[in-house]
Ligand binder design. Structure first.
Ligand code: GLA
Length: 410
């Protein structure tokens, strides 16, 4: 009976399209019920953590660049109580599986969600001297592993739940940095702070322009009338993303080191286009990566201007230019997403779009005229389905603001 209920809830939560998805309140309720079924008592607190999109500024965060993320209305929800033992048990509603995490050095888990949970709990108990474990139920409606920061949201969600449970005080920025450390340690990557800042610090109906040189943030109101942001989930798995991500970080750093030895510069932001000529023949890869970086930073600056003006056509063009650069200079796109963008180009009412997140599959972001959304859904599903045999999920996203610290226990 319990298992049946859980599998029905899991099905409900995994639907991510249109109005069928769980809204915020439903999700909190589902996690609360699942917690009760799993552990036989009420949770002490529940946290809700959003995913994010990034309007522009891809693969710039770890290079002291600029980006423009916003938290979206898809969440990871965690319910928690003390375990009355040194170990923690975490149950995932999406996977309908549990993991037991002992307080000793984290073991290696094959499943990524278990690995993320294990490293999160281990870092928290070590850094804050916690002697007791927690029982947790986690679930959400952020499509998993496809560029909407489900992993970062998962880590932030369980970290925040754990901190509340043991009264650990963390400022937003500290939380962002701790969660970045957990993610990089758990996955062996070298990710920047785009996801954590976007998820934690977003404001309702605003984009944030982040300058990762000094981590400063400017909030820009969303003022685009008559059109919406759609996320198309290609369903293509990003298998390459982690190892290739590390290469991209290295290729940029290698380029910077060469330029530092030839010019009087100290960091990425001192590089200008003329300096890149030094790399063009002997260091082609670094040349391409850094050209993307310079152009993408300029696109973020221009996007800010065009968002203020509400110039949808130009905004769309900037998205397309970014996609082309991610495809041909940064090499993080894939055939299927190139096809979605190419197909969209001949659709009336599509302003522009591009691959988002780490790349190699996953999602793309599109700006579409409101009165054409339904037609666009049909058009993409049909066209992409015919070519690649997959009917992509198409999500309309809203911007409810960042991490909520107000939905304490229930
Ligand atoms: C991933 C990383 C981020 C960022 C993006 C690319 O999502 O976690 O830090 O580098 O890729 O912009």
């Amino acid at each position: 009976m319990c298992l049946l209920k859980l599998s029905i809830m899991k099905k409900i939560m995994l639907q991510t399209e249109g109005m069928e998805i769980s809204n915020r309140e439903q999700l909190i309720n589902q996690i609360s019920v699942a917690f009760n079924l799993q552990f036989g008592n009420e949770p002490d607190n529940i946290t809700l953590t959003p995913g994010r999109i990034n309007i522009i500024g891809e693969h710039t965060d770890y290079n002291d660049g600029l980006a423009m993320p916003a938290a979206i209305d898809r969440w990871i929800c965690t319910a928690v109580c003390r375990s009355n033992s040194a170990s923690s048990t975490i149950y995932s509603l999406n996977y309908n599986e549990s993991a037991v995490i002992t307080p000793h050095a984290p073991g290696k888990f094959q499943d990524i969600w278990k690995q993320l949970a294990s490293v999160s709990i281990h870092v928290l108990i070590t850094e804050f001297g916690i002697k007791e474990g927690a029982n947790m139920t986690v679930g959400g409606n952020i499509p998993i592993g496809c560029g909407l920061s489900s992993s970062s949201a998962f880590i932030i969600s369980i970290t925040q739940a754990f901190c509340k449970l043991f009264s650990i005080q963390m400022e937003d920025l500290q939380l962002a940095h701790v969660c970045q450390k957990i993610e990089n340690r758990a996955l062996g990557t070298a990710g920047g702070l785009l996801d954590q800042y976007g998820i934690i610090l977003s404001k309702k109906n605003h984009f944030m322009m982040i300058d990762f040189q000094d981590n400063s943030i400017e909030y820009l109101p969303l003022s685009l009338n008559g059109c919406s942001w759609l996320v198309v989930n290609s369903g293509i798995n990003r298998e390459l993303s982690e190892s290739e991500y590390i290469y991209r970080v290295k290729e940029c750093r290698d380029g910077l080191e060469i330029l530092k030895s030839r010019f009087n510069i100290t960091g990425f932001r001192d590089i200008d286009k003329n300096m890149l000529l030094e790399l063009e023949s002997a260091h082609k890869i670094s040349h391409k990566r850094l050209r993307h970086l310079l152009d993408e930073n300029n696109r973020v600056k221009e996007m800010k201007v065009q968002l203020k003006k509400g110039n949808k056509k130009r905004i769309g063009k900037i998205l397309q230019e970014s996609h082309e650069s991610l495809r041909s200079l940064y090499h993080v796109s894939c055939e299927e997403i190139d096809y979605i963008v190419q197909l969209s180009e001949s659709f009336d009412g599509w302003y522009g779009g591009r691959i988002i997140g780490g790349g190699f599959g996953g999602c793309s972001l599109h700006l579409i005229a409101d009165n054409m959304i339904e037609k666009y859904r049909e058009y993409i599903r049909k066209g992409f389905g015919k070519e690649h045999g997959i009917k992509p999920d198409i999500l309309e996203v809203q911007f409810p603001g960042g991490l909520s610290r107000t939905n304490d226990k229930c």
